[in-house]
Structures are given as structure tokens and as C-alpha cells.
Design a protein around this ligand. Structure first.
Ligand SMILES: Nc1ncnc2c1ncn2[C@@H]1O[C@H](COP(=O)(O)OP(=O)(O)OP(=O)(O)O)[C@@H](O)[C@H]1O
Ligand SMILES: [Mg+2]
Length: 276
């Protein structure tokens, strides 16, 4: 190799090194950005789960206050009205007025109870997940006129509190969507144990969700449902078929929601599952 060739060779090698070097630097930077993105996504998820827990706790507190304070006052008011009606001689006009006031107090007590239940899924603690979801199906039909069936292959399951709240809230959000968007006449809620998975399904026979609707940036309901599922190491899918309905399916590791799915026959006294 003569001098001229040597110089050309050296220049080319440097250029190639420079290009490879640049690419390498870009690649390393890209990798770092990717890792940072992944990390901040994880942090966001942890934050979302913590906020959710805080929200549930605050809701429980407000529900308790509404139920105990307001509920108590209204009950006292109703008792006072009943005492007046029974002990004082009243003109028919006043008696009618008192009757109307008593009916109003009763309606207010019912509203307070309803608000408290919406805020805190109290029935979950008292009745357990299966009975609560069966009740939701019944209430949904009564409020919307859309027929709603509940199916399960679980018997008296004993549930984790966090897990069952997540399942309950997902079903609630899905039913709200059915009422608001689906134009359906039928809905089905299913809670099924399949090997080591718990599968939650909400299906309707309405217009069917589209891909565009799913990708809508403001679709907070769907994002919230996904986050709830992810927080329990679960996954959630929504599929729609035009004019043939929408199906929401969430899979969870069974142990995240269900502790046991049968009541021990020999257990003395009421079992924990029965008490829930
Ligand atoms: N069961 C359903 N049938 C048909 N369309 C649906 C159904 N569920 C959701 N959608 C569509 O998907 C969109 C996103 O739903 P999402 O619950 O995320 O938002 P939203 O209900 O509009 O608002 P919100 O944040 O109050 O829940 C809805 O606006 C609706 O167009
Ligand atoms: Mg919604």
C-alpha cells in the first residue's frame, strides 16, 4: 500500500468508526430513554393503585359519616313524627301533613342508604362478591329496564377485600357503559373460576364498541378498568361486533380475588365466608 492509499484507507476507517460510533451512541441513548419510559410507566401504575386505595378509603369514610350522622338524624326525625301522630290529638289536616312528612323522612333514609352503598361497596363486606353482583344485576334491571342475568360457578367464595372491590368496580363501570352507550336489551355478568384464573365477563347485545371508541383519548372509564385489572396482575379486553354487542373480559390470578371457593361443612358456627 502506497502513501496515498494508506491515507485514503485511514480516512475511510475513521469515517466508518465515526458512523458506527454515532449509531452506537444513538442506540445506547434510545435504550436509556426506553428504560426510563418503562420505569415512569411502572411508577404511574403504582401511583394510580395508591390513589385508588386512597379513594376507596375516603369513600368509605364519607359513606360511614353520611350513613351514621345523616341516617341517625333522619331516623330520629321519623320517630319524632311517629310519636306526634300517636300521642297528640290532631286535626285531619295536620295528620295528613305529618303523614307526608313521615313519608319524606322514609324516602330520605332510603336515599341516604343508597348513596352510602354507592360510595362504599358495603354489601361486599356483608354479603360477599357473588351475592353483591347478583344484587347489582337485579338493581341494574330495575333502574334501566335492560334485562340482566348473573352467572357463576363459584359457591360461597371467601374473597380478598382489595380484589373483590376491583372486580365490583369494574363490573359497575361496565354496566354504566352498557346503560349509557350500548342501546342493548340484554346484559350478562359472569364470574367464573377457570383453573387458576378468575374470569369476569360483562356482555351486552347492543351496538358494539368500535376500535376508534376504544382508542378515544378521553376514554377514562376503560383506562380505569384496565388499571384496576393490571393492579391485580390481571388483564382486561373489550371487543365489540357491530350490532351484535360488546364483551368485556377480565382475567385475574384466582388467588388475587378468591381465598377459598367453598364453605367447609365441618366448620363450627358461621364460617368467615358466610359472615361476609
Ligand atoms: N358496552 C358498550 N357498548 C357500546 N359502546 C361502548 C360500550 N362501552 C363503552 N363504549 C364506547 O366506548 C367509549 C369509551 O368508554 P369509557 O367508559 O372509557 O368512557 P365514557 O363512558 O364515555 O366516559 P366515562 O369516563 O364517564 O366512563 C364510550 O364513550 C362509548 O362510545
Ligand atoms: Mg364509561
Amino acid at each position: 500500500m502506497n502513501d496515498a492509499q494508506a491515507i485514503v484507507h485511514a480516512l475511510r476507517t475513521q469515517q466508518v468508526d465515526a458512523i458506527v460510533g454515532d449509531r452506537h451512541v444513538s442506540f445506547v441513548r434510545l435504550k436509556r430513554v426506553e428504560l426510563e419510559l418503562e420505569r415512569s410507566r411502572d411508577q404511574l401504575r403504582v401511583l394510580a393503585a395508591r390513589l385508588e386505595l386512597q379513594r376507596e378509603n375516603e369513600r368509605s369514610e364519607i359513606a360511614r359519616e353520611i350513613h351514621d350522622e345523616l341516617g341517625q338524624s333522619l331516623t330520629s326525625l321519623q320517630l319524632g313524627l311517629a310519636w306526634l301522630t300517636n300521642t297528640v290529638t290532631l286535626t285531619p289536616k295536620i295528620r295528613t301533613k305529618l303523614k307526608a312528612m313521615s313519608a319524606l323522612a322514609s324516602a330520605s333514609i332510603r336515599s341516604v342508604r343508597d348513596v352510602a352503598v354507592r360510595l362504599r361497596p358495603g354489601p361486599l363486606d356483608e354479603l360477599g362478591l357473588v351475592k353483591t353482583l347478583r344484587g347489582e344485576a337485579r338493581a341494574f334491571k330495575a333502574h334501566t329496564g335492560i334485562s340482566c342475568r348473573f352467572e357463576t360457578n363459584l359457591q360461597n367464595p371467601l374473597c380478598e377485600r382489595t380484589g373483590s372491590i376491583a372486580v365490583f368496580r369494574i363490573v359497575q363501570a361496565a354496566l354504566t357503559n352498557v346503560a349509557r352507550h350500548a342501546q342493548a336489551s340484554r346484559a350478562v355478568i359472569a364470574l367464573m373460576k377457570r383453573r387458576n384464573d378468575l374470569v369476569v365477563m360483562v356482555r351486552d347485545n347492543g351496538r358494539g364498541i368500535t376500535r376508534a371508541q376504544l382508542a378515544k383519548p378521553g376514554a377514562c372509564g376503560v383506562i380505569g378498568m384496565r388499571e384496576r385489572a393490571r393492579a391485580l396482575d390481571g388483564r382486561l379486553t373489550l371487543t365489540g361486533s357491530r350490532g351484535r354487542g360488546t364483551t368485556l373480559t377480565a382475567h385475574f390470578p384466582l388467588a388475587k380475588v378468591i381465598v377459598t371457593s367453598a364453605v367447609a361443612a365441618s366448620a363450627p358456627g358461621p364460617s368467615r365466608a358466610e359472615r361476609r
